[in-house]
Design a protein around this ligand. Structure first.
Ligand SMILES: C[S@@+](CC[C@H](N)C(=O)[O-])C[C@H]1O[C@@H](n2cnc3c(N)ncnc32)[C@H](O)[C@@H]1O
Ligand SMILES: [Zn+2]
Length: 274
């Protein structure tokens, strides 16, 4: 495997977030012709965000909880569906936008894709680089993606906010975006249990998200992925911590004893840049 620095030695792909000139590898940094310099962290990611890099609601404990739930396999059917759809597009170079702690990016790299990934939360990107990975990991903001125009074959956006103008810019002509959103039945057992405490117990914006997506990409395909898993007492607190639905809710007040299983459901939208 390439070293944590060498993997960034790709020409005409990284773009300086300050002046938009190409970045190239020099020693252990990415540099542009105008003297802007971004050091690659020892863990093997580069911070190309101009702010401090952080994101509301998301902290290290949350990403660790998310990691526990993901590693326990609760999202493996969604990963499988995303893998299949990306393979069908023929894409080789993939960008995971809002990659969190890298569950999808690392798995896709292990399947042989050439994977780039970024998140605005530095803690998440640091977790994603734990133990080394061929994924080119960046701390970056999706409203200003530090990659060149037309440099990617496909973009994966799993449960993240999207910036379709930027997605279109970094995709090549005919490239694809796979956008994953919660399915109608996502966490339905938990939503049922928490109903009295929630402002919104339904995912009601699915149709809006799809219409917005279809206004930027030609919708090629929509696929659903749904599984119901037994829920152990060990995983439950992590699931509660990672669920945006419950941000700000006192979960101690929830009647959770009856929660023996949980449904994880997603809709995957595939769109083509034309
Ligand atoms: C629900 S999480 C999904 C993480 C990952 N894709 C997954 O499914 O495991 C949403 C992610 O979007 C990231 N995010 C939010 N705003 C962002 C922005 N402007 N630029 C980049 N990432 C952002 C958050 O930090 C968070 O990691
Ligand atoms: Zn520059």
């Amino acid at each position: 495997m390439k070293t944590r620095y060498e993997k960034f030695g790709i020409k005409n792909t990284f773009r300086c977030p300050k002046c938009f000139a190409p970045l190239s590898l020099s020693g252990q940094s990415l540099v542009c012709e105008n003297g802007h310099c971004f050091d690659i962290a020892k863990k093997g990611y580069v911070n190309l965000a101009l702010g401090r890099g952080g994101s509301m609601h998301y902290d290290k404990a949350l990403f660790e909880s998310r990691g526990t739930v993901l590693k326990a396999g609760f999202y493996s059917h969604i990963l499988g569906a995303a893998h299949l759809l990306l393979a069908e597009t023929g894409a080789k170079r993939i960008l995971d936008a809002g990659c969190g702690e890298g569950y999808y990016a690392r798995a896709l790299a292990a399947e042989g894709f050439d994977v780039y990934a970024f998140d605005l939360a530095k803690d998440a990107v640091a977790l994603a680089s734990d133990g080394g990975t061929p994924v080119k990991l960046m701390v970056a903001d999706m409203t200003a993606i530090p990659l060149s125009d037309g440099s990617m074959d496909a973009i994966l956006d799993a449960f993240s906010p999207a910036h379709y103008g930027e997605y279109r810019r970094v995709l090549r002509e005919g490239g694809h975006t796979v956008k994953i959103i919660p399915g109608e039945n996502h966490l339905k057992e938990l939503r049922r249990a928490a109903k009295p405490l929630l402002r919104h117990s339904e995912y009601e914006n699915g149709a809006d998200v799809e219409a917005h997506f279809a206004s930027h990409f030609r919708l090629v395909k929509t696929v659903e992925a749904q599984e119901t898993f037994p829920l152990s007492k060990e995983v439950l607190p992590h699931l509660l911590r990672m669920t945006p639905l419950l941000f700000g809710v006192n979960t101690d007040a929830l009647p959770l004893d009856a929660l023996g299983e949980i449904t994880v459901a997603a809709k995957l939208l595939v769109g083509r840049k034309e």
